[in-house]
Design a protein. Structure first.
Length: 65
């Protein structure tokens, strides 16, 4: 399973698990489908920030294959 630190691995329509800002301390993951990418750099150590189709925003921790 890929982590979400490389922008090239992530695209709209991809199913992922993200950590929401409010859940960063607990590490609780939220599953959803990527609507668009919010991080412009090609890599981010904490995960690429995305918006899910349901409007939630967070950093990708896992890509569901």
């Amino acid at each position: 399973m890929k982590d979400g630190t490389k922008r090239a691995d992530i695209h709209p329509g991809l199913e992922v698990r993200i950590v929401l800002k409010a859940d960063q301390r607990s590490g609780k993951l939220t599953e959803g489908v990527v609507k668009n990418l919010l991080t412009n750099s090609h890599m981010h150590p904490h995960g690429i920030k995305v918006m899910l189709e349901n409007g939630q925003v967070g950093r990708v921790k896992e890509i569901i294959e």
